[in-house]
Write a protein that binds this ligand. Structure first.
Ligand code: ZN
Length: 303
């Protein structure tokens, strides 16, 4: 075998290893939350393999990687996660993957830190619930398009077309959301939920947002917090408070009981999708469906 053929053989082995990892020549992409999974599916479509680690109703703040997750992560070409400590218990795993030369991408890196809400609970940290600003989600859409295009240049045109189409849908969503919220008087825009997931939403649409737990569900609400918030609800005549699909509803029920014990009434206005989308097959299983569902639920209950 001459030197030339030997080099070719070596290249072929390298190429076949890469192909093994790349499953039918498609990129293996692993995502964390259902919001990110939905976005990446919209951009990548059938051109990539997408595996989401977290399902509907799963709380990313408390999520720990299973053995099966680690296998998926090791075999990934790209990992997309939220960042800003959203997946607080996965940070170390992601660092390990980055060391193995797997492209490990925090989608929040697409945003300018100056536009983020700082956390009053953890100094130097930012609120990770960035998906509740549709404008930010558009910026992140472009970031996902760029990242996938760099990893799979032959599909660049398709990723860009999908991204463009998706951003048009997000533009439409913004218009719809605004017209629904416009029907709710400004003094009724008080949103009380289980944890502080809606600050970006509140900032964008003029809601005073109060979460019983902080920006991470890892901090439990104390009895004092419940009493304080109950007084706030009575003082501001808040009609309804909201359960979240990824947080046990007992915290909000305790808050309702505290309001009732002071001879006032507050309704539970429904379940909002905060840190996870709805289950497969429902309208709320997509980011766009979730956003509309949440806004309709909030506005109907507070009107
Ligand atoms: Zn959260």
């Amino acid at each position: 075998m001459n030197k030339h053929i030997l080099t070719l053989t070596f290249i072929a082995i390298l190429f076949s290893c890469k192909n093994n990892k790349q499953n039918n020549g498609k990129l293996n992409v692993v995502t964390t939350t259902t919001m990110i999974t939905d976005l990446v599916n919209n951009i990548g479509g059938d051109l990539i393999n997408v595996q989401g680690l977290m399902g509907s109703g799963v709380d990313p703040h408390l999520y720990k990687a299973s053995e099966g997750d680690v296998t998926k992560l090791v075999n990934a070409d790209i990992i997309f996660y939220g960042g800003l400590h959203l997946e607080g218990k996965l940070v170390e795993v992601f660092e390990k993957m980055a060391h193995q030369n797997i492209k490990t991408i925090a989608v929040s890196d697409a945003l300018d830190a100056k536009t983020l809400i700082s956390s009053e609970y953890f100094q130097g940290n930012y609120d990770p619930h960035i998906w509740f600003n549709i404008g930010y989600w558009k910026t992140i859409t472009n970031y996902v398009v760029k990242t996938l295009s760099e990893a799979s240049p032959e599909n660049k045109g398709a990723f860009e077309a999908n991204g463009k189409r998706y951003i048009e849908q997000l533009n439409q969503l913004e218009i719809e959301i605004k017209s629904i919220i416009d029907t709710l008087p400004k003094d009724k825009r008080i949103l009380v939920t289980a944890h502080d997931a809606f600050s970006y939403f509140g900032k964008e649409y003029g809601f005073n947002v109060v979460g019983l737990q902080g920006i991470s569900t890892a901090t439990e609400a104390g009895v004092q917090d419940v009493q304080k918030l109950a007084s706030f609800i009575i003082e501001h005549q808040v009609k309804a408070i909201f359960v979240e699909s990824s947080v046990p509803k007992r915290t909000i029920e305790a808050l309702q009981a505290a309001v009732n014990s002071k001879n006032h009434h507050v309704a539970i206005g429904g379940t909002l999708y905060s840190d996870a989308l709805g289950s497969a097959g429902t309208v709320e299983s997509t980011y766009i469906g979730m956003f509309k569902y949440n806004v309709n639920t909030i506005v109907n209950a507070l009107k």
